[in-house]
Design a protein around this ligand. Structure first.
Ligand code: CDP
Ligand code: MG
Length: 710
């Protein structure tokens, strides 16, 4: 039964709690001296009533098994006691009492599923126990996969510190374009994608004694593929230990998939979390987050806040808004430290979220769902959950893959709430109604393999010699249609490998491929310099399309000597360019390995555009009334307003990707000649499909008018 509460009642409740803990909640001395009445006035001054979020409590209190008292982290920051206190912290983690049992179970079984509450020490402790128990004697390695780059890096750094070694020596990490390991490395944290790549050079993972597939419940595409591959090699590598670690979700399914492997459960230590819902749906969840943070800050006792948003843009906007509001409030409120965390954040900034909060201040971490289970930040008491996440979705019929903001699952929402109850009793503020939670959210997240383009995966599995993909041992097989489409596209591409054009312009195509891979983050457009930024961008425009614009940007950057200053002056994101350069180097390395000559044809863009056509011929769109239509599926699509071809509207286009925002937009488009399609993909296109229906009605001359004008 829910207990709806009026604002006043809710305020009253919060007030009562504040009375009890007033001395804790406002660290600064002068704040403490203020009376309650004054405090209430201050509160109303800060948050006018109409902008307050009205929460109702639900009768639900999440409660886990509470087995121990808190108090583990005292004295952690004293430098001289650091070593001892690290060991103390290690001993205080929920996994510690099970060290011996766990090692015995690993000894006894080849494959073990490990289930444990987030923050119980699975990722950081179990590999250390294995090292201590001798699993790396003789130079064998322990590998531990993470679905996210940030998690791999940050966990490796933490463990290196605990072990007392320099990161990259005995303990290291490996993520794409960044290998922080050495010959001495015996414990390697890596993204699941990197372990997949290792199968290419070491199909039996011979140098590993233990492989830990961590965060298995996330069910990322790469993790799902790893399941199948590792299950297979475990059959003939009886000495290999396989651990599948997961938050408290779905472990029976893992056990079932791995031939009834036993499940080792680490009892949780979780404090109760009170859950609050909004009375009515929130129209603007970003604003609601900001208001809720401030509301917590001025009314709630000490404790840090964790806010879940869907991506970098939202997180930056939220942090900006919070900082601005705090600036305006000045000394009326105690210090609020606002810290973002998302995948592309520079690592020194990432590390900041783990710094202890200074006394009297409050920390707000604004995170993507990376903080849901992969990272544990100590000291979080309050969680704000708008209930959304960014999810890849794929439509096999149209070939469209898009990232969309969707409601998260109930399982996710509960994980998020759980983050509030790790160190003490906590509160979770859900910015949606209890009704929405029950009726509008899915039970659990659909595995990525079910909603993604399988092209790359099929390619990878084929290169591992796995040809029969229809019968590959998937935990949840992808939709048949998606698999067939991926095969069809790759078959078509494969047929093109014999065409000379592909290799003749590889210099430029390498650059374009690298630039496309950094995903629309080349141009920088700060809010206060929109006009300058757009002018700078216009200066890079060349005829033919966006791919050629990207090529132009890269070429000029090379000419500048890869200059940071040049990027700054031209509103180009230096970090993205650096990444494009890394990708390009890697691709060039691959070309060398398969002995494709890298040559250049700078004068004429035709071979470049033909090569793009050869690679993306199934992404063709044709001009039609009011927009474009994709050739195979007759789906209506539009040129993205940021495109260099937005005003030109050429008759035939190849698009790099479709994104759905307000409409279905084609991003990164290039102009082509429809006759090339028959040339590069004769088995995919029929002459009839490529007949220009409009040119039949119009005199031929008119159809060419654009070129004549130009
Ligand atoms: O993997 P699991 O969620 O079970 O826990 P973990 O990541 O091994 O975290 C165990 C402890 O290490 C937690 O108290 C974290 O706060 C701490 N930790 C940390 O302080 N800094 C990191 N970079 C990673 C973990
Ligand atoms: Mg973990």
């Amino acid at each position: 039964e829910e207990m709806p509460m009026e604002v006043g009642g809710e305020q009253g409740r919060w007030e009562e709690e504040r009375l009890k803990t007033a001395s804790l909640s406002f660290g600064a001395k002068k704040e403490r001296e203020r009376g309650l009445k004054e405090e209430r006035e201050r509160y109303e001054l800060i948050l006018e009533e109409d902008e307050m979020i009205n929460f109702v409590t639900s009768a639900v209190t999440m409660k886990g098994t509470m087995t121990e008292e808190q108090g583990e982290n005292e004295g952690l920051s004293q430098a001289e006691q650091k070593k001892e206190s690290i060991q103390e912290v290690r001993r205080s983690l929920p996994v510690f009492p099970f060290r011996e049992d766990l090692l015995a179970a690993i000894q006894q079984h080849q494959i073990l599923i490990i289930e444990g509450e987030t923050g119980s020490g699975k990722t950081t402790q179990i590999p250390q126990y294995l090292i201590e128990a001798g699993y790396t004697k003789g130079g064998a390695k322990i590998g531990c996969t993470q679905p996210r780059r940030v998690a791999a890096m940050s966990v490796a750094a933490r463990v290196a510190e605990e072990v007392g070694v320099k990161l990259g020596n005995e303990v290291g990490y490996s993520i794409r374009f960044e290998d922080c390991t050495s010959e001495r490395t015996i414990l390697k944290y890596m993204t699941d994608g990197m372990l997949l790549r290792e199968f290419l050079t070491e199909p039996d993972l011979a140098t590993y004694s233990v492989v830990i597939i961590d965060e298995a419940h996330e069910r990322t595409l790469h993790t799902d593929i790893l399941f199948g591959l590792i299950k297979d090699i475990a059959r003939f590598r009886s000495d290999l230990k396989v651990l599948v670690a997961s938050a408290t979700l779905d472990t029976e399914r893992f056990s079932c998939f791995f031939d009834d492997a036993p499940v080792f459960r680490i009892p949780g230590r979780r404090f109760p979390v009170d859950i609050f819902y909004t009375k009515a749906p929130e129209a603007d969840y970003l604003e609601a987050c900001v208001v809720s943070v401030l509301q917590i800050h001025v009314t709630q006792p000490t404790g840090d806040v964790l806010v879940f948003l869907t991506g970098q843009e939202e997180i930056e906007a939220c942090c900006e808004l919070l900082q601005e509001r705090c600036r305006r409030l000045g000394s009326k409120i105690s210090e609020l430290l606002v810290l973002p965390i998302y995948a592309n954040l520079p690592s020194d900034m990432q590390a900041k979220i783990f710094n202890p909060t200074p006394p009297g201040a409050r920390k707000v971490v604004v995170a993507t769902n990376i903080a849901e289970t992969s990272l544990t930040i100590d000291g979080i008491i309050y969680v704000i959950d708008p209930g959304f996440c960014k999810q890849k979705s794929y439509n096999a019929r149209t070939g469209m893959e898009s990232l969309i903001v969707t409601p998260c699952s109930r399982a996710s929402a509960n994980q998020r709430a759980g983050r509030a109850g790790r160190v003490a009793a906590g509160k979770c503020f859900r910015l949606y109604t209890a009704w929405a939670f029950k009726h509008e959210m899915e039970e659990s997240t659909v595995p990525e393999i079910q909603r993604t383009n399988l092209g790359n995966v099929v390619l990878l599995l084929k290169s591992l010699g796995i040809n029969d993909l229809i019968h590959f041992d998937f935990m949840d097989p992808p939709p048949h249609e998606t698999l067939v489409l991926a095969l069809e596209q790759l078959y078509a591409l494969g047929a093109l490998n014999h065409l000379g054009e592909l290799t003749k312009c590889s210099e430029e195509v390498l650059t374009i491929a690298a630039m496309l891979s950094v995903n629309n983050s080349i141009f920088y457009r700060p809010k206060d310099k929109v006009v300058h930024a757009d002018n700078a961008r216009m200066n890079f425009v060349v005829p033919g399309g966006d791919h050629l614009v990207l090529l132009n940007v890269y070429t000029q950057w090379v000419e500048s000597g890869y200059s940071t200053q040049w990027c700054y002056e031209n509103f180009i994101q230096f970090r993205s360019m650096k990444r494009a350069r890394d990708v390009r180097d890697q691709l060039e390395g691959l070309m060398e390995r398969i002995e494709v000559e890298v040559v250049s044809s700078p004068e004429d863009s035709t071979p470049i555009r033909k090569a793009v056509t050869a690679g993306y011929f199934y992404h063709t769109a044709r001009l039609s009334k009011g927009g474009y239509k994709t050739v195979k599926h007759q789906q209506t699509v539009y040129v993205h307003p940021n495109s260099s071809l937005f005003d030109e509207q050429p008759r035939w286009l190849i698009y790099h990707e479709l994104v759905f925002t307000t409409k279905e937009f084609m991003r990164q488009v290039i102009e082509i000649d429809s006759s090339w399609l028959l040339e590069v993909a004769p088995h995919y296109y029929k002459n009839k499909e490529l007949e220009d229906s409009s040119s039949k009605k119009m005199p031929r001359k008119q159809g060419k008018s654009k070129e004549e004008l130009g």
